[in-house]
Design a binder for this molecule. Sequence first.
Ligand code: L34
Length: 283
Amino acid sequence: MGQIIDGKALSVVVKDEVKAEVAELEAKYGRKPCLVVIIVGENPASQVYVRNKVKAAAYTGMESQLIELPADISEEALLGKIVELNNDPKVDGILVQLPLPKHIDEEKVIDTISREKDVDGFHPGNVAGLWLGKDCIVPCTPAGIMRLIDSIGYELKGKNAVVVGRSNIVGKPVAKLLLDRHATVTIAHSRTADLGAVCRTADVLITAVGKAGLVDGSMIKPGAIVIDVGMNRNAEGKLCGDVDFASAEPVASWITPVPGGVGPMTIAMLMKNTIHCFLSRQK
Ligand code: L34
């Protein structure tokens, strides 16, 4: 029977660490780290996530600001807002919640956020830093996944890790982090032949596709660790991951739930990244 890795509880541990750091930083530098979150339009899921981010920032005692912009804002106006925040010395971290409305080029937005304020770790300079093994901001969800795995004291060296999904936000960066820990990493995706067979090779299985029920218990190696990054709504409108929890949990040794797994850790690691940005700006 699988044990639950409680992301919600672990996120509180991380946020408490940040809270202590914020107090120390304020005493040392005379100001608190400041995170600005921008949301464009009214995607209800995004609204929940950004509200959770601002709430977490308040919990840690850091400064934060939520900027809500209309869905029909021009790309030029959004980029202008970002440049303004880049130039504001009080702002340490800038996050533009994705996805953006279709008329706005996400790549341009990501490229415009200055690298030193890129709390998401999406800027090309941070991506290059990650792949070259240099000091950089690591994207929040992959960082949260590693912290979840570390929380159960699991040694990744020499283990087979399978990542299902190849996004820039989760799949690709988490594969690199697993590689850094000496796991043997396979990246699977929508065109992978016999996904079940590939998944069954995994000692650690990470699913980040966005498709409810993509992976079930028959695709999991007995005793595997399962980290479910999916954030879907099933037919009844209930939040669920990519993994069919009911059939997977009895096969896995450890498994993250949805909700209460990776989601809260993404937000907790965002707080850590804001501290990182604050500190690199002091130099
Ligand atoms: N720029 N855009 C940017 N950065 C990010 O790191 C994200 N991501 C993803 C979507 N777009 C982004 C998030 O913030 C996904 N994501 C995210 C963050 C938090 C939660 C889920 C996804 C979360 O809090 N999940 C809760 C349930 C929330 C609910 O009730 O709907 C959980 O327990 O899993």
